[in-house]
Design a protein around this ligand. Structure first.
Ligand code: PEP
Length: 247
């Protein structure tokens, strides 16, 4: 299985930010892991042009579940593909919280994505209150059951475990907690999709940075990272790519 370093730029970046992509590619022309950036929709086409023929993959941060129609402001999977995206992040906790996205909606979007040939990166994670109440496995078990698309395979599904309380906070679970969750998720995926589960990349996300990446990537069943803040700077994201390539 090839590991995956994925960056989520969220609502950050303008055309000037594409200089970071040039710097990243100059320093990391052929990493041993997959390298993916998901910029805001306004930059997908230009980033995909800049990445053409390189080791960098380009993805989106959301899509609509329907193929087209009267959905002002939304973007279909066909539009993402046309712009050059190969992956789409779905069910990020910021969308679950800010936009009220449910497991059912995330699954519908993921099915649209995989039907169109995109890789769906389905995000799950518990809140701080759920974590403190010892409900982590129950919460993420139910999220994964409800969110992953029918027909999921190792090739079209990536799962990102992102504890909500670790996103953008500088806090992370202990390595033992990450190990417990990732092993649990592998088992849950086996129950859902059988042998395909062995090849599904399970990413950890939440305050991954160059200083903690090596320790996190040494945890069993951590097959890469979904990186927010540290993906905005080529030097930081490149250091995380290096740590994953060495893991
Ligand atoms: C994220 O939003 O997916 C994320 C993990 O953010 P950060 O790395 O900034 O915590």
């Amino acid at each position: 299985m090839k590991k995956l370093a994925a960056g989520n730029w969220k609502m950050n970046g303008t055309r000037a930010s594409l200089a970071e992509v040039a710097a990243l590619l100059a320093a990391h022309p052929a990493p041993a892991c997959e390298m993916l950036l998901c910029p805001p929709a306004t930059l997908i086409a230009q980033m995909a042009d800049a990445a053409r023929g390189s080791a960098l993959l380009v993805g989106a941060q959301d899509c609509h579940a329907k193929p087209q129609g009267a959905h002002t402001g939304d973007i279909s999977v066909a539009m993402l593909k046309d712009a050059g995206a190969t992956h789409v992040i779905l069910g990020h906790s910021e969308r679950r919280t800010d936009r009220g996205e449910t497991d059912e909606l995330v699954r519908a979007k993921a099915e649209a994505a995989v039907d169109a040939g995109l890789v769906a990166i389905v995000c799950i994670g518990e809140t701080e209150a759920e974590h403190d109440a010892g409900k982590t496995l129950a919460v993420i078990g139910s999220q994964i059951d409800g969110s992953i698309p029918g027909g999921a395979t190792a090739a079209n599904l990536v799962v990102a475990y992102e504890p909500v309380w670790a996103i953008g906070t500088g806090r992370t679970p202990t390595l033992a907690e990450i190990a417990e969750v990732h092993s649990f998720l592998r088992g849950r995926l086996r129950g859902l999709i059988g042998d395909e589960a062995e090849g599904v990349r399970i990413l950890y996300g939440g305050s991954v940075k160059p200083s903690n990446a090596g320790d996190i990537f040494a945890v069993p069943h951590v097959d890469g990272a979904l990186v927010g803040g540290a993906s905005l700077k080529a030097a930081d994201f490149g250091a995380i790519v290096d740590a994953l390539s060495a893991a």
